[in-house]
Design a protein around this ligand. Structure first.
Ligand SMILES: [Zn+2]
Length: 240
């Protein structure tokens, strides 16, 4: 079997697409989810722990560096607050290299996964670019596959929401294609482009390791609303 990252013929592991650790230790089941609205009726929940034969042991180890960095800083160092009382939360001290590559690896894995839960993540020509950057441990410039995030909160009390698990959503943001993937109390926005204008998107993570994150209430989150309508009308797009 050929490893999707190094492309060598090796024995493959059952690799996580979004690692368990990305959801954090404080994931508390689904009960809070139901307080929001009855949106679950149309949304397909994303299960934690989805796996596929993707990577060899060496490549698993390679990605594990990024995963442990994220889990350790985001949750153990409590970078993600329990409440987002301000409209913008500034998070400082991130390691650009590790943090960016972690998110790039999530996007890339979602793109290569063949499970139907990730069917709408098509990376096209960028799949190969992302593979090489990840394989050679290169985070790229901030304007290449740039990332930023929103802190997802419950309406009213602004408590950070860790329990909305939905499939990745394709998002056109100011005419640049990207994807939203939700975990760690945030909606992560991944630009599928290697030349975005950083003046136009000032919240994108840069080498200074500072993230400015807008707060978004779960019942105001457009993709959730759009998704509900879309699901209702015609179901999911398929890959290929
Ligand atoms: Zn490999």
């Amino acid at each position: 079997m050929r490893c999707k990252l190094c492309q060598e013929d090796k024995i493959l592991c059952q690799s996580h697409i979004v690692p368990e650790s990305a959801y954090g230790p404080i994931y508390d089941g689904q009960h809070r989810f139901f307080e929001v609205t009855n949106m679950k009726e149309y949304l397909r929940p994303l299960q934690k722990g989805l796996r596929e034969s993707l990577l060899c042991g060496d490549c698993e180890q390679h990605l594990n560096k990024y995963e442990s960095y994220f889990a350790n800083t985001w949750f153990q160092n409590s970078l993600i607050p329990t409440h987002a009382s301000n409209e913008i939360t500034t998070i400082e001290g991130l390691d650009y290299h590790l943090f960016k590559l972690f998110h790039m690896s999530i996007l890339w894995r979602a793109g290569i996964a063949s499970r139907e839960e990730f069917a709408n993540v098509n990376l096209g020509q960028h799949e190969e670019d992302l593979r090489k950057l990840i394989l050679y441990d290169k985070p790229g410039n901030p304007n290449q596959y740039g990332i930023f995030g929103y802190i997802l909160v419950f309406p009213g009390n602004y408590q950070v929401c860790h329990s909305l698990l939905i499939q990745p959503v394709e998002v056109d943001f100011y005419h640049v294609t990207g994807f939203h993937i939700i975990f760690g109390g945030c909606v992560w926005h991944y630009f599928l482009a290697n030349d975005i204008d950083l003046n136009q998107f000032p919240f994108v993570l840069k080498e200074d390791g500072i993230l400015h994150m807008l707060r978004i209430e779960v019942d105001q989150y457009d993709p959730v609303m759009d998704l509900m309508k879309e699901r209702h009308n015609r179901g999911w797009k398929r890959k290929g």
